[in-house]
Design a protein around this ligand. Structure first.
Ligand SMILES: Cc1ncc(COP(=O)(O)O)c(C=O)c1O
Length: 447
């Protein structure tokens, strides 16, 4: 790996980007993969291939990647065990007219691993699975309103929160217009702030008898404050509301049984996707029998949800996570990653640090002015890309992250931090930016 990327260019990526702008509205399907959300003109846009924890772009640049596909890659790119299982399944056929036994095997595996799981339904994406969970909860309680905390996908039920006000600001990012979301849904999705049990209690009382479910990300980079999730559980039970943990983002890295296994707080339903299948589309809604069983009578149905490819990928991924003791690996890699970042920042005299649990931390730059903060974050992505790193302030570990990746990252970061320090001390961050300003970051609850 070439540590000095002075000859770094993404010319080929930019050429394809030009073409994409003419034929794909928004350029990518996932907002977080939009080139305008990285360092446009410097960050890679189009991948040629990926293996382990590395990506090669179509300009021939090699990167150590810390984004892990924005979450789904948990064993590493092109993992041979999962890919061989998938190839074998492909040879025996994918979707067909009847179902495959592996669907039951996976359900039984999830029931074994996840404390709240007694029954299981499948979907293909995280947002879709959250929508299934919300539908089931509304169906079971015969109530329409949803209290939520965090990010849960692009669907109408969730974006309805912004009808009549920008209520998603603290959960996603500012200024989302709920274009195309039926206005009749106004008032059906109500956010609550993470950690504030009193407010949640007030909301449940204000909307007594109308709230079908509470759906929340149980944690992100920090473990929940003591007693918080227990308090949410108590309130949900008291008000007869279904409690759903959305573990799409945090699932499987902290513990194979989810945050619920770590905290001992058992929701009625939980949603898992992304890391469940190492990059093959797959999602699961799991829950207690009394909540899940009524789903059999609800119209919740889709052709691809029985797809044995995603199911076999998930079964194999979960088996490999156990066999490789992935959770311990994330602890070890995470601890070393945080230590190296903190040391490099301190040596550069920069007020920056790694925060959160070892297995899933984030990087924080302590910059007073929010505008400057955004610029620093863009400069960070830019300088990392030039040095063969795909790394922003939020990231996900995978099992292929190793000592060599850590070594490269620390030495690249030392140089990136020196540039940022120079920019801040000499008030020339603008001058140092070689790219357009990064568009608003996904601002999600940090805990
Ligand atoms: C907590 C959470 N829920 C739901 C989603 C949506 O998942 P997907 O992009 O697979 O629809 C995400 C995606 O980042 C997420 O982090």
């Amino acid at each position: 790996m070439n540590g000095n990327r002075s000859g770094h260019s993404v010319k080929a990526s930019m050429g394809v980007y030009e073409r994409a702008q003419r034929v794909i509205p928004g350029v990518t399907q996932l907002l977080s993969r939009r080139p305008t959300r990285a360092a446009l003109g410097v960050s890679p846009i189009y991948a040629d291939r990926a293996k382990g924890c590395r990506i090669w772009d179509i300009d021939g640049n090699e990167y150590v990647d810390w984004m892990s596909g924005v979450g789904p890659i948990i064993l590493g790119y092109a993992d041979e065990v999962v890919d061989n299982a998938v190839k074998e399944q492909m040879d025996r056929g994918g979707i067909n007219s009847i179902v495959h036994e592996s669907a039951v095997d996976l359900a039984e595996t999830l029931v074994r691993l996840i404390p709240s799981a007694e029954m299981v339904r499948y979907a293909k994406g995280g947002g879709e699975a959250c929508t299934v969970a919300v539908r089931i909860a509304r169906g079971v309680t015969n109530r329409d309103k949803v209290l939520f905390c965090g990010y849960h996908g692009w669907h109408d039920w969730y974006l309805a929160a912004n009808l009549g006000g920008e209520r998603l600001d603290d959960h996603l990012f500012n200024g989302i217009e709920p274009i195309g979301v039926p206005s009749g849904l106004e008032g059906t999705a109500i956010p609550f702030a993470y950690g504030d049990l009193d407010r949640l209690g007030e909301l449940l009382s204000e909307h007594e008898g109308q709230v079908g479910c509470i759906i929340m990300e149980p944690m992100r980079t920090e473990l929940p404050p003591e007693g918080y999730l227990e308090g949410v559980r108590e309130l949900a039970t008291k008000h007869g509301v279904v409690l759903i943990f959305d573990e799409v983002s945090c699932g499987f890295r902290i513990s194979l049984g989810g945050v619920q296994e770590v905290t001992g707080v058992i929701p009625d339903m939980s949603v898992f996707a992304k890391a469940i299948s190492n990059g093959y589309p797959m999602a699961a809604v799991v829950g207690k029998r009394e909540v899940m069983e009524p789903a059999a009578r609800m119209f919740i149905s889709s052709a691809y949800w029985d797809d044995p490819i995603g199911i076999v990928a998930a079964l194999t991924t979960l088996r490999e996570l156990e066999r490789r003791d992935a959770v311990s690996h994330f602890e070890v890699i995470g601890a070393s990653f945080s230590e190296r970042i903190n040391r490099a920042a301190a040596d550069a005299g920069l007020d920056a640090e790694c925060v959160g649990v070892a297995a899933h931390p984030g990087i924080r730059f302590h910059v007073d002015n929010p505008e400057t903060g955004k610029k620093v974050s863009t400069l960070f992505i830019q300088e990392n890309a030039k040095r063969g790193l795909i790394l922003s302030t939020g990231f996900f570990f995978n099992c292929a992250h190793d000592e060599a990746a850590l070594e490269h990252t620390e030495s690249a970061l030392r140089e990136s931090f020196a540039v940022i320090k120079d920019g801040l001390d000499n008030e020339r961050v603008d001058q140092l930016l070689e790219c357009d300003m990064q568009e608003d970051l996904f601002r999600r609850m940090v805990r």
